[in-house]
Design a binder for this molecule. Structure first.
Ligand code: CA
Length: 245
């Protein structure tokens, strides 16, 4: 995992750096809370190991600053404080685990492995296809950093197609999984909603992002070469694009 360690105690930071690198992680250390916040928001590492008693911004303030803005970053809090209220506050602010100092390397490594396992088992909070990002926690969708607005059902449909990225999804499967109804060949609701999505993507000239796969249904990233999104496509500011449509 990519790990950032926020620890102002130089000796402890060096110790953590060595221990985590030995376990195969890529490690970056920062000495204060403001740098921890900036690093997490900019790089969205897999894991933040966060001391609570930090200069500039406290560990709790860091958690508060990144809450909901770094859905892909797990956090382990390190602290000498064993106060239950502090521990609960950290967990409520999105920390995944809490380690009380002093701790052993084995314990730290075990907690890191548990977090890695959880990350592998759970689909990522942020689904991505090229420049299209869908955040399942904040329910935001952006395309080349422009925010898109979707209704609940449109969002659920796009989310499902992204979860199944790279394979065709039949209308029957979409009816069952997104609409929670028994597949019924008599309804065209799936096609209607695919059109709604495409119309919104058309503002960015990306209506072909959702592929129609004859006889199989719909999909994202199924056809080789269909993914034109890997290259940044939006050079014009948003208003001029909207003006064209
Ligand atoms: Ca400290």
């Amino acid at each position: 995992m990519n790990v950032v360690v926020a620890e102002d105690n130089v000796a402890l930071a060096a110790f953590l750096h060595r221990a985590l690198e030995k376990e195969g992680h890529q490690v970056h250390c920062v000495p204060d809370g403001a740098q921890a916040r900036d690093y997490v928001l900019e790089h969205q590492p897999d894991l933040l190991i966060l001391d609570l008693g930090l200069p500039v911004l406290s560990g709790v303030d860091v958690l508060r600053a990144i809450d909901g803005r770094a859905a892909n970053t797990s956090a382990i809090v390190l602290s000498g404080l064993t106060d239950l209220a502090v521990k609960l506050e950290c967990l409520n602010l999105g920390a995944d685990d809490y380690l009380t100092k002093p701790f052993s390397t084995q314990e730290l490594n075990a907690r890191c492995r548990a977090i890695r396992r959880r990350r592998v088992d759970t689909p990522s909070a942020v689904l991505r296809h090229g420049e299209l990002l869908l955040n399942r926690m904040t329910r935001e969708v952006t395309l080349s950093e422009h925010q898109l607005e979707f209704t609940t059902k449109e969002f659920a449909l796009l989310e499902y197609l992204l979860l199944k990225r790279g394979r065709p999804v039949s209308r029957q499967e979409l009816l069952k999984q997104v609409w929670r109804v028994m597949p019924d060949a008599g309804t065209n609701v799936v096609d209607v909603y695919i059109n709604y999505l495409r119309r919104k993507l058309a503002v960015f000239e990306k209506s072909d992002l959702i592929e129609t796969l004859r006889g199989e249904g719909y999909g994202i990233g199924v056809r080789p070469g269909a993914d034109a999104l890997q290259t940044p496509a939006l050079h014009l500011p948003l208003f001029s694009r909207v003006g064209v449509v």
